[in-house]
Design a protein around this ligand. Structure first.
Ligand code: HEM
Length: 480
């Protein structure tokens, strides 16, 4: 009765949705297996007429936004920047109060510190490092060509982590030569644990959770991620403070790049707290752990899925290959320049269509501080979580006719698009430009050298990030 008569409920009731039960809300409809939650939410979307709908998770109310105009309103909002409570509770054990969770001054200053490492001028200089690791990747893939299947995740995760360490942390780690490293073994469970944390509210009750095997698994996983960050911090400190040769090198580099220092980790190490004290290593560790993990994971799964879809649809692969041949001509093995990447318009359309059918980030959200008016005049009350429900928007036949068809032509030569895979606005992704560079460079390297076919269908799981539980297994046949 209290719920029904409240102002909040009267406003929420303007959105279609299943009737929530006291205390548990819509838990019965959502189920208790978080791997099935996304599918259950999609069923709700269909059941309620493929439009924005409401869900109650325990005592929390969510409005699942599926209309592009409303998604634009929330993502471009200048002050509604807080992430949902359950999302932050899920992320904090892993990444503390780092940039993607922080709010207010802490968030602003960290974002400002990171952002200059991603300026266009800086990105240009990073292509050389990307090419260095693309060469190593091709040497590894050559061992598989015309012989056995290769799981792309197995090599693209270390590839991306090498790039993150070398390009942004100033430390060469050579994970591509050590793909069995424990970071990847435990790292593959992280998205599952985060998703369980997000949807299984009982985990917030620490006095119960700490006694479960899931808690032990989570703490071991966190330790592995944090250990790597600590190692990077230590290595960089040794390099910069103990080795005068490096100091000279860095000073030289700084002069060359003026305000745009290339090494993001140095910026963290040299930054100060509001009271003038140096930022403690534990806080830097949270930022490095977040950046290294999320950046390598999102980029890996996206490019692996795009390559898988090209293997599955040979006519798409052929068109992407022809585009590569137009750009590189006879010199098939030339290193890609930034100019070349800019010309890969069809490949770009393939990745956008991949984002649509297999959205890497499946949901993002904001916890409303004030009432929010949507494009049709309905008001979402303060305190509600508004969730950008990518899977539903991307499958809406009004926006994308024949939505289950994989058709990159939708995006080819058509810059206007409803998909926002990197989010947008004040809290949008800081690494999108870099991710595009890395993805296009890898896909260009692969497409020019090998003809791809599917070796095993992936076992796709819709979690906070979409991933395949059995990797992405392809056959590579020689093209050169
Ligand atoms: C295909 C790859 C990637 C995808 C799909 C992706 C997507 C996203 C999304 C959806 C957000 C959430 C924004 C929000 O809640 O509104 C985000 C945030 C962020 N991303 Fe990415 N990302 C990718 C790669 C990267 C890379 C390579 C980096 C860094 C090198 C990066 C750094 C960040 C940071 C720092 C934030 C937090 C921004 C903030 O809260 O202010 N991302 N990304």
């Amino acid at each position: 009765y209290v719920r029904k008569s409240s102002r909040t409920w009267k406003l929420l009731n303007k959105f279609p949705g299943d009737k929530p039960l006291p205390l548990i809300g819509n838990a019965l409809q959502i189920g208790f297996n978080s791997d099935e939650t996304c599918a259950k939410l999609m069923q709700m979307w269909h059941r309620h007429g493929q439009q924005t709908f409401r869900v109650t998770m325990g005592t929390e109310n969510w409005v699942m936004l599926c209309e592009p105009d409303d998604i634009r309103i929330i993502l471009s909002h200048p002050t509604e920047l807080s992430k949902p409570l359950e999302r932050n509770a899920a992320f904090k054990p892993f990444f503390g109060n780092s940039v993607s969770t922080a709010e207010g001054e802490k968030w602003k200053s960290t974002r400002k510190l990171i952002v200059s490492s991603f300026s266009f001028k800086t990105l240009d200089q990073r292509q050389e490092t990307i090419n260095k690791y693309c060469d190593q990747l091709a040497q590894i893939f050559d061992r598989y060509k015309d012989k056995k299947d290769v799981d792309l995740y197995r090599y693209l995760k270390p590839f991306m982590l090498d790039l993150m360490c070398d390009s942004f942390m100033g430390v060469e780690r050579n994970f591509l030569q050590n793909v069995e490293h424990r970071y990847f073994k435990t790292g593959k469970n992280i998205i599952k644990i985060l998703t369980n944390n997000y949807f299984n509210h009982w985990r917030i009750i620490e006095s119960i959770f700490v006694w479960t095997p899931m808690y032990k698994e989570m703490t071991e996983t966190i330790k592995n991620i944090r250990d790597l960050s600590q190692e990077l911090i230590y290595s960089r400190k040794v390099k910069t403070h103990k080795n005068s040769e490096y100091i000279d090198e860095i000073e030289e580099e700084k002069k060359k790049n003026a305000a745009e220092d290339l090494c993001l980790l140095d910026k963290f190490l040299n930054s100060k707290l509001p009271n003038g004290e140096p930022v403690p290593d534990s806080q830097i560790n949270e930022e490095i752990s977040l950046l290294c993990f999320t950046a390598h994971y999102t980029t890996t799964v996206t490019m692996s899925h795009a390559l898988y879809l090209m293997a599955k649809y040979p006519e798409v692969q052929q068109k992407a290959y022809e585009e590569q041949m137009m750009i590189f001509g006879e010199d098939k093995l030339r290193k890609a320049t930034n100019d070349d990447l800019g010309k890969m318009k069809y490949l770009e359309a393939v990745v956008k269509e991949t984002f649509r059918v297999l959205p890497t980030v499946t949901k993002i959200g904001r916890q409303l501080q004030e009432d929010l008016t949507l494009s049709d005049g309905r008001v979402v009350p303060a305190g509600t979580s508004v969730v950008v429900f990518y899977e539903a928007m991307n499958m809406n036949p009004k926006l994308f006719p024949e939505p289950s068809k994989f058709d990159p032509e939708r995006f080819y030569g058509n810059p206007a698009s409803y998909i926002v895979p990197f989010s947008a606005g004040p809290r949008g992704c800081l690494g999108s430009g870099y991710a595009w560079m890395a993805m296009k460079s890898v896909m260009s390297t692969v497409l020019r050298r090998y003809k791809l076919s599917v070796a095993k269908e992936p076992d796709i799981a819709y979690r906070m990030l979409l991933e395949s539980d059995n990797g992405i297994n392809l056959k590579l046949s020689s093209r050169v």
